[in-house]
Design a protein around this ligand. Structure first.
Ligand SMILES: Nc1nc2c(c(=O)[nH]1)N[C@H]1C(S)=C(S)[C@@H](COP(=O)(O)O)O[C@H]1N2
Ligand SMILES: [Mo]
Length: 244
């Protein structure tokens, strides 16, 4: 794919257009008629928040401690111990499906790092806890021709990717807990990816699929202009302090 400038304001270029934002909200002009709660104040929303948030859906989370709520899907089903499943497939010897209890029963790793979004906000010293991605990959058995990992989400829309080398880092988690509590739905619970050294868009919320692939397949935001190798401070034209 030819690198393209980010579609959002991080390019320093044109602000996100009205139609683009409406599209991201999952609404056409017709949708607005049935969404009065959005119509009310929509212009203000488009004029301010959308300038800073290329995801189009933004809001400070209650008790969010500086986090913003991002979702490219207009609604996301809730999943708990009965309904949640994580599938590992693709170029592996042993495809597997994990329940939440399966993941909870595995060795947990707790990491405390800063979280940095590519749009500028940063949250210091945030504990995340979960299973190392490398453990799940090792359990599945990677085939020799594999080179990358693709992540998919039960919001039905978002996706992410890492090279196999990046995915094997000890600071990449399939996270079950954040700030020493179970991951809330708003933060991508019950299970999200947490890629410590990279911009937070790498950390796919509502994680449901891990597929080992031959080559990197750019994720949702990467197809829309963000860097595939999303190291904090060394990508996306930004110079933030590294998070590791
Ligand atoms: N499934 C899904 N994961 C996602 C996103 C999304 O829209 N959908 N947004 C990404 C971006 S850009 C950021 S900054 C973080 C936001 O996480 P938060 O909502 O917990 O603050 O989630 C990342 N993971
Ligand atoms: Mo982000």
């Amino acid at each position: 794919m030819t690198p393209q400038p980010p579609a959002g304001p991080d390019s320093g270029g044109a602000p996100v257009g009205r139609r683009l934002v409406l599209g991201m909200l999952g609404l056409g002009a017709a949708g607005l008629a049935t969404a009065p709660y959005l119509q009310n104040g929509l212009e203000a929303f488009l004029g301010s928040a959308a300038d800073k948030d290329p995801t189009g859906l933004t809001g400070l989370l209650p008790n969010g401690g500086g986090f913003r709520y991002y979702s490219v899907a207009s609604s996301v089903p809730r999943k708990g111990p009965e309904s949640y499943r994580l599938t590992i497939d693709g170029l592996v010897d042993r495809p597997a499906t994990y329940t939440l209890d399966d993941l909870r029963a595995m060795e947990q790793t707790r990491l405390v790092r800063d979280v940095q979004c590519v749009t500028g906000w940063r949250v210091p010293d945030t504990p995340f806890e979960g299973v190392r991605l490398s453990r799940l990959l090792a359990a599945a058995g990677i085939k020799p021709e594999a080179g990358a990992v693709r992540f998919t989400c039960f919001d039905g829309t978002y996706s992410e990717s890492l090279t196999l080398r990046q995915a094997g880092r000890e600071d990449v988690l399939v996270a079950l807990r954040m700030r020493d509590k179970p991951l809330t739905h708003a933060h991508g619970g019950p299970v999200r990816l947490y890629v410590t050294p990279m911009y937070f868009y790498k950390s796919a919320k509502w994680l449901s699929g891990i597929t080992v692939t031959r080559e990197v397949r750019p994720g949702y935001w990467e197809e829309r202009g963000y860097d595939v190798d999303a190291w904090v401070g060394r990508s996306n034209g930004r110079d933030d302090a590294p998070t590791v």
